[in-house]
Design a protein around this ligand. Sequence first.
Ligand code: TYM
Length: 325
Amino acid sequence: MRIFSGIQPTGRKHLGNYLGAIRQYVSGQDRGEGIYCVVDLHAITIAYKPEDLRKSVYDTTAMLLAAGLDPERCILFRQGDVREHTELCWHLASVTAFGELSRMTQFKDKSAKQDLVKAGLFLYPVLQAADILLYQTDEVPVGEDQRQHIELTRDVAMRFNETFGKTFVVPKHVIPTIAARVMDLKDPTTKMSTSARVPDGVVHVLDEEAATLKKFKGATTDSGSEVKRGDDKPGVSNLIEIYAAVRGVAPDAVEQEFVGKRYGDFKLAVGDAVNQYFKPVREKYVTLRADEAELERVLGKGAEKARAIAVKTMQKVRDAMGLKV
Ligand code: TYM
């Protein structure tokens, strides 16, 4: 069983990235053949600084290793090191409809924030489909916000197979049952995101303990006083999911644990639990990030292994499409 996922190198990784995706990558190593990719080529579709991008690839790689990815048990690589990603993107662009891409909500959101809306941003989901399909992937662990992109990938794979003969495995998304969409602590009706306007709503994996606690203390809660989930309680519901995810318990059990307790006590408990959860990751990160040569070695070895698979898929694709193999 092959598992593939990608993560952008830009921005600091936050609690949403970690609970929605990164921890699923780590457990994936025990369930199948995990292939994880730092997607530098996706990052250049919006405004960025080249010197920052190079550094943030290392930041993200060190974060994934600190979280528990083991390069002996999975393939961890940088997208730009395997040229077949961009090649397959072009081939898939010729089986993807303009209308399909125009409906992508991430494109609509991101393009609204850019002065120059690049064609690459429009093609972003096609490159993502190429990432996944190159590796004949069965499962794609992602947060809820990526559902639409994975559904597009499935449609494109099925259309390709129908038109040119069976070439790709049609992948499915694996979205966690809790914390699939971690919400902003200050505005719990929007998802936690790197580009949030109010910084206090976003908890970064590498925040200091005091800063983490302060953000949880300041989290927006709802009317009422019970620690209970509900459509009219987006703030408390979000905190319950976070607590459940980091403690490895069911949300119902969290509600039980905090019967009769006040919001203030609960918020502190969530902050404490998150700090405990991130403690080992924060410690390991510092050592791992300090050795760029080693990070480069890990990525280079990963790229070699990834390329061996990608080359074979590309040959099949060229052959199926009537191109020179
Ligand atoms: P990216 O880098 O924005 O996010 C990485 C992962 O984090 C998840 N995520 C969240 N999960 C829960 N709550 C949140 N608030 C939250 N915010 C982010 C995302 O769902 C994602 O799984 N397009 C992708 C990168 C990509 C990719 C791929 C993913 C490129 N190629 C192939 C899967 C397969 C992205 O921008 O993720």
